[in-house]
Structures are given as structure tokens and as C-alpha cells.
Design a protein around this ligand. Structure first.
Ligand code: EPZ
Length: 453
């Protein structure tokens, strides 16, 4: 499978460059450009299924999650071509048809995005089959909110050994849905289903991440009527048909935060082209508290240390809180900070596994699987909460490590670049799920590495 010229296998891994030998201890300095956000682009591609005309999506990053969604769209008869400018896609859903089980099943375990095909496929075909989901192994990652919502819209959900079969014998109708937690994916599920359901849908306790607001913008361009009310309430008035869209994706703030953390960890200076302040306010506050510095410019943000790094306490949360996807790269920088840092993970129940590799490299990190009780907290404790306590600064040394998931894997590479000596980092393909041109960007920043397998 190819996406914008790269070779990618259906399990999401690029077929070359799986193992890196990294010689660390040098600052990373230079410029990287971030493109459209993985967590919007893949959803906007699914939204194209709902239209009766072709759509154009711009600033599509060259990542394997996009390749997986592209392939799944193609399996359902959506024609996907290069768009009018470099890095854009044209998605034509006019010949959407049911896919064969074997073709869909080839995507099992490759990504979590297929669950979002449910609503659009039910509207287009009256039925859907969703393969077993993949995505990062960072906790249970259930889909109960998704399935409960789909049932409220009138879908019949049948769990099968190899996936989920859905049908809508009487069509889909608007619903009143109150999410138990402001889940990003479940909010997207409701949006993508409600826009063409008969009648009005009221969604309470919705996620309001910038990528969700951008998906709402995409859907509005297609003809949807969606209003955003105070207190996480979203109202969707269903319409009979939707047209295509032409949209430039919001920038990837997770990638921007990752490179920022790399500048802090390695004591370098990285200009992140395309990064914008508004969507990163919470992250920027933490950068400042930890002793980092940044210059906001018209075309991006420059990150560097402002002096000695200091320990900090951070709690991950839904937007506008500190994103769970930011904590892994930040923790690498915190191993170089003076004093104690505490990171409370409140979104996923198992997202500190990557710290074991950092400990192997010399970091002092203790993980508390049931969280820490003491101390004032901004975010109320959740039952699935974990905490990591990082004492620094600790020199890191090279090690042989294996990437566990997307953000953890990125952190391993940055830790290897911060460490003195040579590291071998395996399973690099996972990082290409979410970081476009990863090795080229590392080279541009002066990283010293070889692809050895
Ligand atoms: C999205 O995952 C992102 N993935 C994640 O990005 C991100 O970490 C997460 O949102 C939070 O911002 C994509 O957009 C593809 P959730 P999602 O539903 O939608 C629980 C990355 O590295 N939950 O908001 O799957 C769930 O277990 C990644 O780019 C249920 O209990 O996240 C978790 O504890 C990884 N039942 C919490 O809600 C459900 O049905 C938040 O999950 C759904 C979710």
C-alpha cells in the first residue's frame, strides 16, 4: 500500500527501517514542520463517506494511520487520489458499496479508526462490519460508549468473534446521549452518525478537543447543522443529504508538543513550523513552569530551555487540560529537570509502561499503579488513575529498547538522543503511525543514527 509515495504494510508499519542505532548526547536543533493532526485527518477522511460529492482534505500527514483509513475507504468503494496540492487527498464516495469480509478483515488490529465507520456506513449502506480494533496498547480502550450511542440511534449491534456487525433496519434517528466521560472517539461517533439521522440529537458531556471542533467545521462545510452549547453540550439537527468539503486540517499539536519536549530534553532549540499558540496554551504553561522557553511566531513556535529545568506536577485531562498524549515526551525532559516531578495520568489506566525503558537508561522514575492520594489536585481522582514520580536530573545512558506504542516510542527515541553512548531502538514502525517523515526530521535536527534493520 502506498500513501503519498511511501510503502506501508496493512498492519500499519513501514516496511523498512524498523531498528535504529542511535548515538545520543547532542542537542537537537533546527526546524521541523508539522502538518495536519492525525487525530483530525483520519476522522475527516471517514466523514467524506457521508457526502454525495467528492471531498478534498489538505495537509494530510504521511503516516501509516492515514494509510490504514485510506485502504479501508477504498475497500468500501471510495476512490482516493492525490488532491490538488502536495499533501492533499481527493476522496470520492460516489460509488460506495459493501466490502467483502476478507478485505475488511485484513485491517483487523491496524487502527482504532474503523469504529468510526459505523454511522457513515449505516447511512450509506444500511449495514456495517467493523473488524477487531487496534491502536496503542495503553489500557483496556473499551468501545461501550460507542455501541451504546449507536443503539440509541436505532442501530442493531451484533458482536461476532472477528468484529462487530451492525444494521439499521428502520434507519437511524436522533437521540439524547449523555456520555459517562467526555470521550473523544465516542463524541466523534455521535457527530458522524447524528448529522444524517432523522431529527435532532443532543449530546451531553461531549469532548471538546480542538480536533473535534475541526471535525465539526468539516461537517458544517458538508451541510450539517451542529451547534455547540455551554457545558459540553452539542446539538445536531439531522439533514437528508451532505455534500463534499474542501478543508485544511488543523495542525498536529501532539507532534508539536513532542518536538518541543525533544528540545527541552536534549537542551537544543527547535522551531516547530505550523504550531499555533491557541491550541497549545496548556502545554505552553507547563513548558514555562518547567523552565523551558518559547517564542511564538507567525508561522510556528520556537522551543528551547530558558535555563535549568525544574520539577513540575502535571495532571493529564480532557481538553482544555494537559493532554494524555503530551505526558510521555514531557517525562523524558523531566528526567533532566532539577527536583521531583509528579505526573498523574487520569485518561488511560496503563500509560506509563514506556517509563521502564527510561529507567533502564538511568532515569529515576517510580510508577504508582493506583495513583497518589496525597497533595492538592485540580482534576478529581478517577478510579483508573496512575502516577509517575520522576527525580532528576539523572544522566541517561544508551540501552537496547523496544518501542511499545506511538507516544511511548517517540519518547524512547528522544531518551536515546538525550543519553550518552549508543542505543538500539527496535520496532520503530509504530512511530510512523503518527509522526510523518520521522527519520528525515530527526536527521534535519542533527540526530546521529543509523537504520540497522
Ligand atoms: C483519542 O483516542 C486519540 N486517538 C488518542 O490519541 C488520545 O489519547 C485520546 O483521544 C484522548 O485525547 C485518536 O484520535 C485516534 P477516548 P480515543 O475515547 O478516542 C475511555 C495518540 O497517541 N472510554 O477519549 O480512543 C477510554 O478507555 C492517541 O495519538 C471508555 O471507557 O480516546 C479512556 O480511558 C492514543 N469507553 C477514556 O475513555 C469507550 O467507549 C478516553 O478515551 C470509549 C472510551
Amino acid at each position: 500500500m502506498t500513501l503519498l509515495g511511501e510503502t506501508i504494510s496493512t498492519n500499519g508499519a513501514k516496511q523498512e527501517g524498523e531498528i535504529l542505532s542511535i548515538r545520543g548526547g547532542q542537542p537537537l536543533s533546527g526546524t521541523v514542520e508539522v502538518k495536519g493532526a492525525k487525530n483530525l485527518v483520519t476522522k475527516a477522511m471517514v466523514a467524506a463517506l457521508l457526502g454525495e460529492e467528492p471531498s478534498v482534505l489538505r495537509d494530510v500527514p504521511d503516516i501509516s494511520d492515514v494509510a490504514v483509513v485510506r485502504s479501508l475507504l477504498e475497500v468500501h468503494g471510495v476512490r482516493v487520489d492525490e488532491g490538488p496540492e502536495r499533501g492533499s487527498l481527493r476522496l470520492d464516495p460516489q460509488d460506495v458499496e459493501s466490502a467483502h469480509f476478507e478485505e475488511i478483515d485484513a485491517h483487523a488490529g491496524a487502527s482504532r479508526i474503523p469504529i468510526l465507520f459505523c454511522g457513515p456506513l449505516l447511512h450509506r449502506l444500511g449495514q456495517a462490519f467493523i473488524p477487531d480494533l487496534g491502536g496503542c496498547r495503553i489500557g483496556d480502550r473499551p468501545i461501550d460508549f460507542h455501541l451504546d450511542a449507536l443503539r440509541k440511534f436505532g442501530a442493531v449491534v451484533e458482536k461476532q468473534p472477528s468484529g462487530i456487525r451492525l444494521s439499521a433496519p428502520r434507519g437511524l434517528h436522533g437521540a439524547n446521549i449523555h456520555l459517562p466521560y467526555p470521550s473523544v472517539g465516542a463524541t466523534e461517533q455521535v457527530l458522524l452518525t447524528a448529522v444524517r439521522a432523522a431529527g435532532t440529537t443532543e449530546l451531553r458531556n461531549a469532548a471538546i478537543e480542538p480536533e473535534i471542533m475541526d471535525l465539526i467545521a468539516v461537517l458544517q462545510k458538508m451541510g450539517a447543522i451542529i451547534s455547540y452549547e455551554p457545558n459540553r453540550v452539542i446539538l445536531i439537527e439531522g439533514v437528508d443529504s451532505l455534500r463534499g468539503y474542501d478543508h485544511r486540517a488543523i495542525f498536529d499539536r501532539n507532534e508539536a508538543a513532542s518536538w518541543a519536549a525533544a528540545a527541552l530534553a536534549t537542551d537544543g532549540e527547535i522551531f516547530v513550523g505550523g504550531a499555533k499558540q491557541q491550541e497549545m496554551l496548556t502545554f505552553l504553561n507547563v513548558v514555562r513552569k518547567v523552565g523551558g522557553d518559547f517564542d511564538i511566531r507567525e508561522d510556528g513556535i520556537l522551543f528551547r530551555r530558558g535555563g535549568e529545568l525544574r520539577g513540575v506536577t502535571v495532571e493529564t485531562d480532557v481538553h482544555p487540560g494537559f493532554m494524555t498524549d503530551w505526558q510521555q515526551p514531557l517525562i523524558v525532559a523531566l528526567t533532566q529537570a532539577h527536583g521531583r516531578s509528579v505526573v498523574h495520568e487520569t485518561v488511560y489506566e496503563n500509560r506509563f509502561g514506556f517509563t521502564q525503558a527510561l529507567v533502564k537508561m538511568g532515569a529515576q522514575i517510580s510508577v504508582y499503579p493506583n495513583g497518589l492520594q496525597e497533595g492538592p489536585r485540580r482534576v478529581p481522582r478517577r478510579s483508573l488513575e496512575q502516577a509517575a514520580v520522576i527525580d532528576g536530573p539523572t544522566p541517561l545512558h544508551g540501552a537496547d529498547i523496544t518501542v511499545p506504542d506511538l507516544r511511548g516510542g517517540y519518547s524512547h527515541v528522544i531518551a536515546a538522543l538525550t543519553a550518552e553512548g549508543e542505543s538500539v531502538v527496535r520496532n520503530i514502525g509504530i512511530i510512523r503511525r503518527g509522526y510523518a517523515d520521522f527519520l528525515d526530521k530527526l536527521s534535519a535536527l542533527g540526530a546521529d543514527f543509523d537504520v540497522i534493520g
